[in-house]
Structures are given as C-alpha cells and as structure tokens.
Design a protein around this ligand. Structure first.
Ligand code: 13P
Ligand code: ZN
Length: 270
C-alpha cells in the first residue's frame, strides 16, 4: 500500500536500523491509525472473524486499528516485503482481542511486545486526550550499557541524562522511568511499563532497551534519539574518568524553564 503513514512508519524503522538499534529482529513499532487514514485504505483491508485473545484489557482502544511490526522480523528488511514484515490489526469492542486485517502474510504475527505497545497506547490515549499515537521500542546500545552501572532509579537516570546535554531537560522535562530486568513479551512487563508511561514519555528496560511515546513518528523517534545520544555522552564521560569537573548545575537546569516554557519534574532535582 502506498500511503503516507505506512511510508513514515517504514522510514522510522529504517532510521533506527541505520543507527544500530535493531540488530536481527530487535525492537518493534506501533501506530494508532486515524479514522481518516483507515478510510483511505479500507478497500485493501480484509474482513474476517479470526479474533485472538490479548490477555490484557485495553478498553479505551476498542475498535481501533494499529499498524504494527511483525514478530521476528528484521527492521532492515522491512521495505523489501512490507506485507510480510508489518501488518494492521483491529481490536474488538472490548479491547481484549485483535484480528489481522492486512499484512503479516505467510503466517506472520504482530510483535511479541504487543501487550506493552497496547497498554502504553491505552495510557497515552487517556493522558494526552488522544494526541499520542506512536509507541517505539529500540535496543539502544548506550542506554543498555548504563543499566549495568547506574542504580535502576528514575531519578538517577533522569538527572544524569539531563546533565549530559542541554536539550535533554527541554525534550523530556518529566524525566524517564526505569524498570528492573523483567521477562520480555508478556503482560507483567506491559503492566509495569504502562504504569511508568502514566508519568513519562520514555521508559528504560534494564539490560534490554528503551520505549518511547509521542504524537507522531518524528517526535517519538527524536525522543529516543535524544535519550540515547545523552546516554552515549555519559558512557564516554564515565569511560574517560571517574571524576567529572563540570556539569549542568541544578540552578542551570531550572533556569531553562522560563525561556523554553517547560516545567521540570522537581522530584529529579532534590
Ligand atoms: P519481536 O521480534 O517479537 O518484535 O521482538 C523483538 C524484541 O525486541 C523483543 O523485546
Ligand atoms: Zn526488545
């Protein structure tokens, strides 16, 4: 299908792949499709009754359509055969089951992280009055590295990342959430992630990667990129020396609030 939202979706996958965040089948992406976009492609969707239980409840996503990457599929190959590598699912009227209405050809299935994607969408739809539509999971190298050496606390990661680049407090003034190591792919990690998504637009999974949420493909990717870039700086700083001479002080961080019209999460500054 030749439509803008699918092109943008695929371009985001390729951008992440080019940055080395999607080794093999690592990472996944989902987009809550607008009614007007479904209208554009409705001739290409198939009707069927093959409902698959999700084992989670996302009531506020009832009857919504999502474009999702396939489980086991390589981001780098996505545009070679999009009908096999990605697909569109529709949720039922209770937000408890889904059916495939396009794509996932040759026995493909949506990403194994579908529970995390959908519960995060559910929280963000509610919290942002429907503005957020994109959830992205990437295996960001430097963020993963930091989860081996920093305490797994929201406050420590948020403050350290803010200090690594002046744009960080501006791009994620709420900070970031951090989850300890958990088994991926199930409803437990999905529930814990979505609890953190109530407060943050980005959640780190220790020894695994990053989730980000946003309105569109650019800002969601940009958030992950900004966080990973700050993590790269921090990895370099920690590698050069165990003592830092200078940083962005608490006062300097706070002085960004007025000119950039942001409100920093003060819990990260105590
Ligand atoms: P999928 O191939 O099922 O999307 O899994 C990749 C991944 O990153 C799991 O966390
Ligand atoms: Zn993963």
């Amino acid at each position: 299908m030749n439509v803008k939202f699918i092109d943008d979706f695929i371009n985001m996958c390729i951008s992440g792949s080019n940055l080395g965040w999607h080794e093999r089948n690592g990472g996944n992406l989902s987009y809550r499709i607008k009614d007007s976009e479904i209208e554009e492609i409705k001739e290409s969707l198939t009707d069927n009754n093959n409902w698959i239980n999700l084992d989670i409840n996302a009531k506020n996503l009832a009857n919504e359509y999502f474009l999702v990457t396939g489980s086991g599929k390589y981001f780098m190959n996505i545009n070679k055969n999009m009908e096999e590598n990605i697909g569109i699912i529709k949720l039922d009227e209770n937000g408890e089951s889904y059916k495939v209405v396009w794509g996932f050809e040759n026995n493909g299935t949506p990403t194994s992280e579908l529970p995390s994607h959908l519960l995060n969408h559910s929280v963000k739809k509610e919290k942002t009055n429907g503005l957020h539509r994109v959830i992205y999971h990437a295996h960001t190298t430097n963020i993963i590295a930091l989860t081996f050496v920093l305490p797994l606390e929201d406050k420590i990661f948020s403050r350290k990342l803010w200090e690594m680049a002046t744009e960080c407090p501006v791009v994620f003034p709420q900070g970031v959430g951090v989850l300890p190591w958990m088994i991926p792919g199930g409803k437990e990690i999905a529930k814990k992630s979505s609890e953190l998504m109530e407060k943050y637009n980005a959640v780190i999974w220790a020894h695994h990667g990053l989730f980000s949420s946003g309105e569109g493909f650019e800002d969601t990717f940009g958030l992950a990129h900004t966080i990973e870039k700050a993590a790269e700086v921090l990895v370099k700083v920690l590698s050069i020396s165990n003592k830092t001479l200078n940083t962005i002080s608490k006062e300097s961080l706070l002085s960004l609030e007025n000119p950039f019209n942001i409100e920093l999460n003060k819990n990260m500054l105590d």
